[in-house]
Design a protein around this ligand. Structure first.
Ligand code: GCU
Length: 467
């Protein structure tokens, strides 16, 4: 449906209003109203789901509490580099049988499937064998201008077939903006984020609390390259709390029942939604589906990395301040720890099995770590982004994120690509963008914002050659 920007008709106004309300609600309360829950009952339901999972796992030990993000608390997380313990990481190039992986072939046939399996069974969970189909529909289209660049934006809904369990409705929200004058299919960078309304007017930078005033906004920067942008709304796929695990796509696939310990958590569900958006891109002639980037910050940075790792159709990654559960090495006792991730506030991002590592087992028992997830992206280029410790804080552990790149580099090199050129943590502001794993810690806050221009310069190396 195309509407005249100046005079939308009644039906369109109604649609616009209802989408606006929906977005504001999901932004403010992350689906609380939609489920008829207030904060107390949400906490109760989360606790119920959490206890149910612990019982299923038959854990003997209590869950260990994680450290506090409040640096003045007695149990504050470690932020002192001299107190980081020694740890040994699982070697991505040694198979479970103890064999050294020395060829491409052995990586693809032996070692990668082993790592993939561990990441599924122990951390992010497995997708159900049968998942419903998604039908994409353009619900509105709008010609607009962002910083002098004409853009055609489409708002899409991906309706998930719920014939198997009509009690649960899932409608995935996706915004796609393509330069209006594009003569051929363009690359697109998709962000996990929020769609603001009216879509098309220059929005505040999503996910950026402390954006550098000198960095033009991300959409504008992509448009200067002739590239498009997209925003996928994670909460329209799966709610961001344990109480929501019996609804959303996870609940729909489970017909409203509790998860078993192997089943997927929200991060894989969000990544599944990104894969469905990729299906859409493959069908849209204005999009070059071989040049799609995925970007996100914080929990959505984790989701972006999981998307890259599990779906090799995504060409480039921009992984913002993803921290623990994303690119930070979990074995490093710095900032957020496994015990925090496995608490009732965050366990829903993972499969139930992950709880074991904060109870009967420890982080050292994990057969993988964050570098394993980065290695799964190889040979595709991935950019790990962090903010300043003085503004962003140290919870995300910028050095821990850098180290996952260091320890994934041998896999990239085995596949004939370039990993990091140095294993020394670079000074803030230094771009390590020579290779297919890139890293930069910018001087801003908890956002990818100030790294966009560096990311685009790096991405141009891969995407311009097709022009
Ligand atoms: C918390 C959480 C992090 C997460 C962050 C966010 O700080 O501990 O793991 O990345 O929220 O997504 O904002």
């Amino acid at each position: 449906m195309r509407y005249n920007k100046n005079r939308p008709n009644r039906k369109e106004l109604l649609l616009m209003a209802s989408i606006l309300v929906l977005n504001v609600l999901s932004l403010m309360d992350n689906g609380l109203q939609a489920q008829g829950l207030d904060r107390d009952s949400l906490n109760r339901q989360t606790q119920l789901d959490y206890e149910e999972m612990k019982q299923k796992l038959g854990l003997k030990a209590e869950m260990r509490p994680g450290p506090s993000g409040d640096l003045s608390a007695p149990n504050a997380a470690n932020t002192d580099e001299s107190k980081v313990r020694k740890y040994t990481l699982p070697d991505p190039l040694v198979s479970n049988e103890g064999d050294l992986i020395t060829s491409d072939d052995a990586w693809w046939k032996i070692r990668r499937p082993q790592i993939l399996k561990y990441l599924k069974t122990e951390m992010y969970g497995a997708l159900p064998d049968i998942l419903p189909s998604v039908t994409w529909q353009v619900v509105a289209e709008n010609d607009t201008v962002i910083a002098n660049y004409p853009v055609t934006e489409k708002l899409l809904i991906g309706k998930v077939d719920n014939a198997s369990f009509p009690e649960i409705d899932v409608e995935i929200e996706l915004l796609v903006g393509i330069p209006t004058a594009a003569a051929k299919a363009v690359p697109v960078v998709m962000e996990f984020g929020f769609i603001r309304w009216p879509f098309g007017s220059p929005p505040a930078e999503p996910n950026s609390y402390f954006i550098s005033p000198y960095e033009p906004r991300w959409k504008q920067q992509l448009l200067t390259k002739g590239w498009g942008y997209a925003i996928l709304v994670p909460s329209s796929i799966q709610a961001d709390h344990g109480a929501g695990l019996r609804s959303g796509i996870i609940g729909l696939a489970n017909k409203g029942k509790f998860r078993n310990p192997k089943q997927w958590g929200a991060l894989r569900a969000w990544a599944w939604g990104a894969s469905r958006a990729m299906d859409y891109f493959e069908s849209d002639p204005v999009v070059d589906a071989s040049r799609i980037g995925i970007e996100g910050t914080s929990r959505y940075g984790k989701a972006a990395l999981v998307t890259m790792a599990f779906d090799d159709r995504f060409a480039l990654g921009f992984i913002g301040s993803s921290g623990a559960g994303g690119a930070s090495i979990l074995r490093r006792n710095f900032g957020e720890q496994v015990e925090n991730l496995a608490s009732s506030a965050e366990y829903h991002w993972f499969c139930g099995n992950f709880l074991k590592y904060a109870s009967d087992l420890t982080v050292d028992d994990l057969p993988i770590d964050a570098h394993s997830l980065v290695a799964l992206c190889a040979p595709r280029p991935v950019f790990i982004s962090a903010g300043s410790p003085f503004i962003e804080g140290q919870w995300v552990d910028a050095k821990g994120m850098f180290l996952s790149g260091v320890h994934a580099s041998p896999v990239y090199e085995l596949l004939g690509k370039k990993g990091f050129t140095s294993s020394d943590f670079p000074e803030m502001g230094t771009s390590m963008t020579e290779g297919e794993i890139a890293f930069r810690q910018h001087a801003g806050g908890h956002s990818t914002g100030p790294n966009w221009s560096t990311w685009i310069a790096w991405a141009s190396r891969y995407w311009n050659q097709f022009k």
